[in-house]
Ligand binder design. Structure first.
Ligand SMILES: Cc1cc2nc3c(=O)[nH]c(=O)nc-3n(C[C@H](O)[C@H](O)[C@H](O)COP(=O)(O)OP(=O)(O)OC[C@H]3O[C@@H](n4cnc5c(N)ncnc54)[C@H](O)[C@@H]3O)c2cc1C
Length: 471
């Protein structure tokens, strides 16, 4: 084999997987057909669970420093100001949820941060290298690339909605593309518009129809979304300007410096399988979403985070669990995105509001064969759930958090008021007690959050989900 893992596609999914493999010292290649990096803001909403993943990957500070919390939106209907709204309610962190609301960052910047992290770990994207076809051979995969042939033990198709990997496998992409809804999208600067908040200009006849402009942090641009007028097929500066003029009823707002634009159609599709032999599908290659709810990029990142440690390990039960765990999640996330799109199309007054259902913190693998809850009476937190955060103190009295213990490529064993077992080098074990010389949980906050009694052991996987709870 030339390499252990060949990753086709260096969007957010492929890059996350690259970082996961690189920090475990796994030999891999990551290729991308495009000769330059993607320049659009597309998936600009990072969900709370993604921020937790980014903490583990070592990119959180840069993501938080480069982005901003969701902006309030000033709404105008028929040219009249009708008030300020928030799509997302900003809430305070809690002991178990350090990042309670989404964070706004243009997708090109998220990708840049992940690429920089990959470079720090010694990896790099091979640009202008397209996967054309593949063949599964005993013990591996032979991929035909635009630059020659590559042989790998595993291949991951992170090559987006039109995935060549998925097509080469002959895996159906079931669902629909709704041609009746089409939108203009673009990243553009607007002279005359306050960049410290978002703007909605709705029509007097139908206030749910209009143009939305959301500031893109770290830039002078807005992400602009508007309906596609009849007879128009391309998203040019002139088309966007015409929509802004029509819906705002103003002549003083001038658009310029359009850096990315597209005509978008809702595509709601999912691959029937996420794995065939030694080939895996992840991200948009496996499922495509409408942008309502901001789930697509986030779900792709979670796929990669679920798959990375399993590929590094390579054991059959872990590799089998990828599809078992991620396919149901993608199906339910698609259902949520589609429902939000429907509410949007029907013009529900609250259609733009986003709540905790979109945060991806409740995604659980309770039904996975990797999850074992051995208690007679399971608590609120079960095997398969995301392992929550909690404040603690170390032996010297210094404040630390459970997430500090999870950070890295190892498993974590938490022994609540119990002696931690002798573990292998890839498991870090900690005793957690209200008093004593180990990790101190003075008010039993961690015990409450985990809803466990003294003597309970919790084993946490490298991707921050609980594998086993025993007592
Ligand atoms: C308008 C719009 C708004 C969106 N808003 C949101 C949002 O708010 N929140 C959210 O979470 N998501 C959002 N999304 C979705 C998000 O952009 C995607 O889900 C995300 O880009 C998927 O990442 P990916 O890495 O799986 O695929 P992609 O980003 O599509 O990356 C695939 C990569 O593979 C490369 N490639 C393709 N074919 C080949 C080949 N044959 N060989 C090698 N390389 C190949 C491509 O060049 C590309 O770099 C939005 C999408 C759109 C279009």
């Amino acid at each position: 084999m030339d390499t252990r893992v060949l990753i086709a596609g260096a969007g957010p999914t492929g890059l996350t997987l690259g970082v996961e493999l690189a920090r475990r010292g796994i030999d891999f290649r990551i290729i991308d057909a495009a000769t330059s990096a993607f320049a659009g803001s597309r998936g600009d909403g990072l969900q709370p669970r993604t921020l937790e993943v980014f903490d583990d990957l070592g990119v959180l500070d840069e993501v938080l420093g480069s982005g901003a919390p969701p902006f309030p939106i000033r709404a105008h209907v028929g040219g009249r100001y009708v008030g300020e709204r928030r799509m997302v309610e900003l809430t305070e962190p809690t002991p178990d949820v350090p990042h309670p609301h989404p964070w706004v960052l243009p997708q090109w910047r998220t990708e840049e941060i992940l690429r920089n992290r990959l470079a720090e770990l010694g990896g790099h994207v091979e640009r202008g290298v397209e996967l054309l076809d593949l063949q599964q051979v005993p013990g591996g995969v032979t991929a035909r690339l635009s630059t020659g042939t590559a042989r790998a033990a595993f291949l991951v198709g992170a090559d987006g909605g039109r995935s060549a990997v998925r097509k080469a496998l002959g895996v159906d992409f079931v669902g629909e593309t709704d041609e009746s809804i089409r939108m203009l999208l673009g990243d553009v600067q607007v002279t005359g518009l306050d960049h410290s908040c978002g703007h909605w200009f709705g029509s007097a006849e139908d206030p749910a129809r209009g143009i939305a402009l959301t500031p893109l942090p770290g830039t002078d641009s807005f992400q602009c979304a508007a309906p596609l007028p009849d007879g128009v097929e391309t998203a040019t500066l002139a088309t966007l300007q015409a929509q802004l003029d029509e819906f705002s009823g103003r002549t003083d707002l001038r658009m310029h410096d359009l850096t990315w634009s597209t005509v978008w159609r809702p595509n709601i599709r999912m691959a029937r399988r996420f794995r065939q032999g030694r080939v895996f599908l992840a991200g948009d290659a496996a499922h495509v979403h409408p942008p309502t709810g901001g789930q697509g990029l986030n779900t792709g990142i979670q796929d990669a985070y679920n798959l990375g440690w399993k590929l590094a390990d390579g054991s059959a039960d872990l590799l089998d669990s990828y599809e078992l765990e991620r396919l149901p999640v993608a199906a339910s996330v698609l259902g949520l995105s589609a429902e939000l799109l429907q509410r949007h199309v029907e013009g529900h007054a609250e259609a733009h509001r986003r709540g905790p259902e979109t945060h991806q913190l409740t995604i659980s693998y309770r039904n996975s064969p990797l999850s074992r809850d051995e208690r007679t009476t399971p608590g609120r937190v079960r095997a398969g759930d995301r392992a929550p955060d909690s404040p603690l103190r170390d032996a010297s009295g210094k404040q630390i958090r459970l997430f500090d213990l999870f950070r890295g490529t190892h498993w974590t064993h938490l022994a609540f008021d119990a002696e931690p077992p002798a573990t292998s080098s890839n498991v870090q074990a900690h005793r957690i007690s209200p008093t004593g010389t180990s990790l101190v949980d003075p008010d039993a906050t961690a015990r409450d959050i985990y809803d466990v009694s003294p003597g309970t052991h919790v084993l946490i996987r490298p991707d921050g989900h609980i594998a086993r709870i025993t007592r």
